[in-house]
Design a protein around this ligand. Structure first.
Ligand code: ZN
Length: 468
């Protein structure tokens, strides 16, 4: 990897970019939003082998290979039909990956993967069909050694905070084990109640039953439902949570009259809620979550604009998170107006907004973040967590929202070993963007140094109220 990778070729910008990156390269990692399974840190057993660690949990890798005609079965994804055959030899899956590694050129996946190979595993040759078997063996050998256990890597990656994402009814057993173990790594849960608001889905009664089990009380009516959610939030806070997370296709918010909320809940309990009922209920529950956030201080994250499981057949056969979630246009200004008018002026409330619809950055999101005291703009997310995507984010939001209404970086990953790779890429892209500002004398180098540190570290802690 080139030491000046991702920096502008202009010598003045490059010189500033290098110097600014030097300021942030060794700062601890704050990872306040992600999807690492906490069990790996609770158990702290060796990762099994390279394919299970690097390929299987990475939906970016799966989607690219699938898009070029490689079936999920060949990538080791088990079909729902248990009689159907699928590849179970991790070395053969890795060879398929190596044979097709050129597909990732120009994508952030290759930046993340190359960093992992070189910096995490010390591999000195590029991955391709010819080197795949050697690289597999080299990584497998490393994974068997104590320095590559999850907690040792957590410490080597210099992670100061790591948030997981957990269902509202989750008993947080892994988090409890981590806390009881005496190990000092800070791993905290995030409260994600989405499925409980999707009252028209066939799985909803089961989700409600899980919530009843978690709280140890029946939930016969809407008031009991809100009590149960509030008590789970309190439990998550007691386990270190500082945030909630909500994923919606459109960020529609609207408050229902109490009798209407009760009526929809009763309808759902009878299994009679329809799509329109669910839309109204979800919009109302976002209002309720904001209301509870004012009380308990949990930061509310709202992710909008992803149409999940677009490929119906693929979803039926292989389940979610296989790379078939596709962005849709989203509208924030009108949709969030009820919520922001109710809570947006309250400094006890904090709302972090994430989008997959880049066109809204300059038109809606930067102006909202640049006005409402409660709003911060989350980082360039998912398809835009890329070299050009993060650059466009700065270009489209800074002049309106400023830099301090943004929430720093988060890696949003379930691929544990990619965490340092993603933070390194973000720090380089921000250093390069700041270097351009300095070169044009928009602000000076000393200001840029402070901003670089804020973007890489301080803003994430502030936005998520970590260590407060
Ligand atoms: Zn996420």
């Amino acid at each position: 990897m080139h030491e000046d990778r991702f920096f502008d070729p202009d010598p003045t910008i490059r010189r500033h970019a290098r110097a600014l990156y030097e300021e942030t390269a060794r700062l601890p990692i704050v990872s306040p939003h992600g999807h690492v399974d906490p069990r790996i840190l609770a158990d702290d057993t060796a990762f099994p082998e390279p394919t299970a660690l690097i390929i299987l949990p990475d939906h970016y890798v799966l989607r690219m290979l699938y898009s070029q005609g490689i079936p999920m079965e060949r990538l080791g994804i088990r079909p729902a039909d248990h009689r159907a055959a699928f590849e179970q030899d991790p070395r053969r899956i890795w060879q398929t990956f190596g044979d097709h590694y050129h597909l990732f050129h120009g994508t952030p996946s290759s930046a993340w993967l190359n960093y992992q190979f070189a910096e995490v595993f010390g591999i000195r040759e590029p991955l391709n069909g010819a080197s795949a078997a050697r690289i597999y063996d080299a990584i497998a050998e490393k994974l068997a050694s104590p320095e590559f256990r999850p907690r040792a890597l957590f410490e080597r990656f210099n992670i100061e905070w790591l948030a997981t994402t957990d269902a509202a009814a989750d008993p947080l057993e892994s988090h409890a084990r981590i806390r009881a173990s005496g190990w000092g790594g800070r791993v905290m849960p995030t409260f994600r109640p989405d499925v409980l608001f999707r009252i028209a889905l066939p799985g909803w009664p089961g989700e409600l039953a899980d919530l009843e089990r978690a709280t140890g009380k029946p939930i016969p009516d809407y008031a009991a439902f809100i009590d149960a959610l509030a008590s789970r939030r309190a439990f998550f806070r007691s386990m270190g949570a500082t945030a909630t997370d909500h994923g919606v296709e459109e960020p529609y918010t609207a408050e229902l009259a109490p009798e209407d909320a009760e009526r929809l809940f009763a309808l759902a309990r009878r299994g009679q809620a329809l799509a329109g009922d669910q839309r109204a209920f979800e919009a109302h529950m976002l209002m309720e979550m904001a209301r509870l956030s004012v009380d308990d201080g949990l930061v509310m994250q709202l992710h909008a604009g992803s149409l999940r499981n677009h490929n119906v057949e693929l979803f039926r056969r292989f389940g979610p998170d296989r790379g078939a979630d596709i962005p849709v246009a989203a509208e924030y200004t009108r949709n969030l107006r009820p919520l922001l008018n109710a809570y947006g002026n309250d400094s006890r409330f904090r709302l972090l907004l994430f989008t997959l619809d880049e066109s809204t950055y300059s038109r809606e999101l930067a102006p909202l973040a640049g006005h409402y005291p409660a709003v911060r703009l989350g980082p360039a997310w998912w398809f835009h967590d890329s070299i050009e995507g993060m650059t466009r984010y700065r270009q489209r939001t800074t002049e309106t929202a400023g830099l301090y209404n943004t929430a720093g970086f988060n890696d949003d990953t379930r691929a544990f070993c990619s965490i340092p790779a993603r933070h390194d890429l973000s720090r380089r892209v921000d250093a390069n963007w700041l270097a351009g500002q300095v070169s044009r004398h928009i602000f000076g180098f000393d200001e840029a140094r402070q901003i670089a540190r804020a973007l890489a570290y301080d803003l994430a802690k502030d936005a998520y109220r970590l260590g407060v």
